[in-house]
Design a protein around this ligand. Structure first.
Ligand code: NIG
Ligand code: FE
Length: 411
């Protein structure tokens, strides 16, 4: 008897492949096989080249359950120390996010708590948040720095992000967000801080292999367009891709700037202008929508979804998981909010957490179910894709695989 040709075979599955430019790429009564961490075969049950048990070491009959690509959360700040629930209460009492930031709260208060935590403490606080995302279908995760704001603390954040990936067995992509807020020791010296980020922190941490992309917070309470350009120029010299927190609270024309650098994504975008949309469309920059922050800040200005659609800008959806504006531990809930608050269709929202989420990270090897793609798979207690956006919360994930290895299993 010959050895089975595949490592894993899922049978009787409903596959949402996202392998076409529109639609779910739905295949019912289908099977999917993996070999050496990649998808090796996708097709109809009736086309399997033999009896299932003879084809793979491990055969799993799904009885019609839905299988999607593992979800990609392309924008999180999940490594941080402390909490900001007091700030949540203050906002409910009527104090704005901007006023809290100007009074020394907000991001800077998380910087204090993050600096006070050693690497193990940071890991102990952050790992459960990553586990929560994984338990809801995530197999690829972006994590930003930006709560350290000095070399040693930014390094600690990025190392913690890498450790989370190793411990959980998922791919973690790191973004350096040195230009997130002005740290207190530089409160009278903006130029000095931007110079430290561009001249020391970014090159050093890039050299140490801790950075996959460079981000910035281009905003009235963050950094100017010129300061952002400065850090992008250094990223460009280091051959690192860029992305940007752009047009969240005001329009500083950040989306056009990130597009000018051929950037991966512009994120938030509530105040995005028509010219910004055109620039993104031309550059192929992905629009990352973050409805969790919109919701938590009780924002009312919607991102220009219809115009993004009309210009063919790919839209991703992410959690923005952070202690201030989006303490949101479910990417599926972000997809639900993208539908309910931003009026994305469930198909758009799900493309946003799969194929477009991957594109926002510059990853072409995942986000779809197709032969040759990484075997990042999520198996759901659902039979139609829209259900993943429709249920608000609840344990829908039955199991997941990262590069063909078992990642999550429901009890
Ligand atoms: O994406 N806007 C900047 N960064 C985060 C918020 C960070 C914080 O408030 O701690 C965001 O919303
Ligand atoms: Fe963010």
């Amino acid at each position: 008897m010959t050895a089975p040709q595949w490592d894993l075979l899922l049978t009787d599955a409903t596959l949402a492949c996202f392998d076409t430019s529109h639609g779910y790429g739905l295949r019912e009564h289908a099977a999917l096989a993996c070999k050496d961490g990649a998808i090796a075969w996708v097709g109809a049950m009736t086309d399997l080249p033999g009896p299932a048990e003879a084809l793979a070491e491990n055969v799993r009959a799904l009885d019609g359950a839905l299988v999607t690509p593992g979800l990609v959360d392309c924008h999180t700040h999940l490594v941080f120390g402390g909490r900001r629930d007091r700030e949540f209460e203050m906002r409910l009492e009527g104090v704005s996010y901007q006023d809290i930031a100007r009074a020394g709260g907000g991001i800077v208060s998380t910087v204090r708590d993050t600096r006070a935590a050693d690497e193990d403490a940071l890991l102990a606080q952050s790992l459960p948040r990553a586990r929560a995302l994984v338990a809801d279908g995530v197999t690829t995760l972006e994590i930003k720095s930006g709560y350290g704001l000095d070399l040693a603390s930014e390094r600690r954040m990025l190392r913690t992000a890498r450790r989370i990936g190793q411990i959980l067995g998922i791919d973690v992509r790191t973004s350096f967000l040195g230009l997130h807020a002005l740290p207190p020791e530089f409160s009278d010296d903006r130029t000095g801080y931007v110079d430290a980020v561009c001249g020391q922190m970014l090159p050093t941490l890039a050299e140490e292999g801790l950075i996959d992309a460079v981000d910035a917070f281009c905003e009235g309470i963050g950094f100017t367009r010129e300061e952002t350009r400065h850090v992008f120029e250094v990223a460009h010299r280091l051959e690192l891709p860029v992305k940007l927190h752009a047009e969240q609270l005001s329009d500083l024309d950040g989306a056009a700037l990130v597009a000018e650098f051929g950037g991966l994504s512009a994120d938030h975008l509530e105040h995005l202008s028509a010219s910004g949309i055109r620039a993104m469309a031309e550059a192929g920059t992905v629009a990352v929508l973050l409805p969790g922050a919109f919701y938590a800040l009780r924002d009312t200005k919607l991102p220009p979804i219809q115009a993004l659609r009309e210009h063919g800008v790919a839209m991703a959806v992410a959690t923005d998981l952070n202690p201030g504006t989006s303490p949101l531990l479910s990417l599926r809930l972000s997809a639900n909010m993208a539908c309910t608050l931003f009026r994305l269709t469930p198909e758009e929202a799900l493309r946003g957490v799969t194929v477009h989420g991957a594109r926002a990270l510059g990853l072409k090897d995942r986000g779809t179910l197709a032969v040759g793609q990484r075997a990042d798979l999520a198996i759901w207690q659902a039979s139609a894709p829209a259900e993943l956006c429709y249920w608000i919360g609840g344990p829908l994930l039955k199991a997941s695989y990262a590069a063909g290895r078992p990642l999550f299993k429901a009890n």
